[in-house]
Design a protein around this ligand. Structure first.
Ligand code: ZN
Length: 456
């Protein structure tokens, strides 16, 4: 049992002072407000205690190619040229690299304010597409890495069957992703067995990759494979994809999905960049989470999500770091808000009247993220996992401000992530701004980088 004492905390009921919070078996067991500090309490000093977010979308292996696709080729670059770099990179990635890169990436997530991750995992096989002896081998590496780091995990094995909407065969780098449904079931089963010995906050979901990579029959099968488990899928990220889906399915991606599949709270739809107003409102009403990845979407030139309309209709939002180019909860939320300003020529567009913008963005991301990962977290409330982090107003030059103004300052004006402490389901893995085993993960990651960059 751990006891924390915070002068200020953002509880599900709002800001509270002199909070004594008890953690038992990773869960918030008790919260006292206006309490007296006890000698056994961990004293947080001036730090503000906040709910940590669940990162709804990551492909951790891509962390190792961050920054390597910024040189212009012969023609204007796009998502599709970025994807070519990714495929070349895959030719050199082995199981040890997958583990080392995932561990480093998950550590960075913890240092940035994320207590859990939904790993959308599609590098399943060896180069050329031959399955490993254990078809779930690479899933086991992800689960192992998350456990080492102590970050919560919802593992999302991906079904990737086709190269495009025309059911073209996979080729090149895609062969490492590809599975028929039988093989996919075996991979899911292997991951399920491995998760039996993982902490109780580890979960399994499924991820049909996109409407490019599965047909409607496979989509229906995969959504029935794990009843009640999270379902994640990329959708409407690129205009080219919208046109392809329209031509083949006879409707736009989100429109087709809402009309043909029972989309509900189990679903997290990644990107949703290109939607008509009707699709935006329909998705908001479905109860699903829109998994937004603002830094990656900006980097890939995807486009701008219709956030104002979606939030007006009470749509749920989660934040993902996707390509793991830069991992920062504050920057993701700031980029989301700024993207809406570019589009509307207004300011503080996602905030509620007279309320802190950062507080609103953080609370949307924590509750939507927890829903998307099937994780009983997202709010500091008795009975939920103790997913929490702290910031220190003194460090970020925000001392003397109210808690909500300090939070605005942290998100919009401070230079770094400035996460002082982080707990994932009660595991205290970030202390004094760093993961407790940072040096080990950094060393292994650098070893993989040296190898992969020489081969590129
Ligand atoms: Zn993605």
């Amino acid at each position: 049992m751990q006891h924390l004492f915070a002068k200020s905390a953002l509880l599900s009921t709002g800001w509270a002072s002199n909070v004594r919070l008890t953690i038992e078996d990773g869960v918030i067991a008790n919260i006292e407000v206006e309490a007296a500090k006890q000698p056994s309490d961990m004293e947080l000093g001036e730090q503000i205690l906040l709910p940590a977010a669940s990162n709804v979308h990551s492909h951790s292996f891509q962390r190792a190619m961050a920054g390597l696709s910024e040189r212009r080729g012969a023609s204007t670059d796009s998502f599709w040229t970025w994807r070519d770099v990714m495929y070349r990179f895959l030719d050199h990635l082995d199981v040890e690299d997958i583990n080392a890169i995932a561990a480093f990436t998950f550590m960075e997530m913890a240092e940035a304010g994320f207590a859990a991750v939904g790993e959308f995992h599609y590098v399943h096989h060896q180069k050329g597409g031959t399955p490993y002896d254990n078809p779930a081998e690479t899933s086991l590496q992800i689960i192992n890495a998350a456990q080492h780091v102590g970050l919560g995990l919802t593992h999302l094995p991906v079904l990737y069957r086709f190269g495009s909407v025309n059911e073209e065969p996979l080729k090149g780098g895609q062969l490492r992703f590809g599975s028929d449904f039988d093989l996919f079931e075996r991979m899911v089963e292997g991951a399920k067995i491995s998760l039996k010995s993982a902490p109780n906050d580890y979960h399994l979901g499924v991820a049909p990759h996109s409407l490019r990579a599965v047909n409607s029959e496979l989509l229906s099968k995969v959504t029935q494979l794990l009843p009640d488990a999270p379902i994640h899928m990329h959708i409407a990220e690129q205009l080219g994809e919208v046109e392809d889906v329209k031509a083949h399915f006879g409707a736009r991606p989100v429109e087709w999905l809402l009309n043909n599949i029972e989309v509900d709270r189990r679903w997290c739809l990644i990107h949703c960049t290109h939607m008509t107003p009707e699709e935006t409102i329909g998705l908001a009403k479905s109860g699903a989470v829109a998994g937004l990845c603002p830094i990656t979407e900006a980097n890939l030139g995807d486009g701008i999500f219709d956030g104002v309309r979606y939030v007006e209709h009470s749509g749920h939002i989660g934040i993902g770091s996707d390509s793991d180019l830069r991992i920062s909860l504050a920057e993701e939320l700031r980029t989301l808000e700024h993207s809406q300003r570019y589009q509307t020529n207004q300011r503080t567009v996602l905030a509620k009247p007279h309320r802190s913008n950062a507080q609103n963005l953080l609370q949307m991301a924590t509750s939507g993220g927890a829903q998307a990962l099937g994780r009983h977290a997202g709010r500091l409330e008795v009975g939920r996992w103790a997913d929490m982090f702290t910031i220190d107003p003194q460090t970020i030059l925000a001392d003397g401000l109210s808690e909500s103004l300090a939070l605005d300052y942290w998100m919009f004006a401070s230079r770094k992530d400035n996460v002082e402490n982080l707990w994932s389901a009660g595991r205290h893995i970030v202390k004094d701004g760093h993961h407790i085993n940072r040096a080990e993960y950094e060393q292994r990651f650098k070893r993989s980088l040296r190898k992969l960059r020489v081969l590129l």
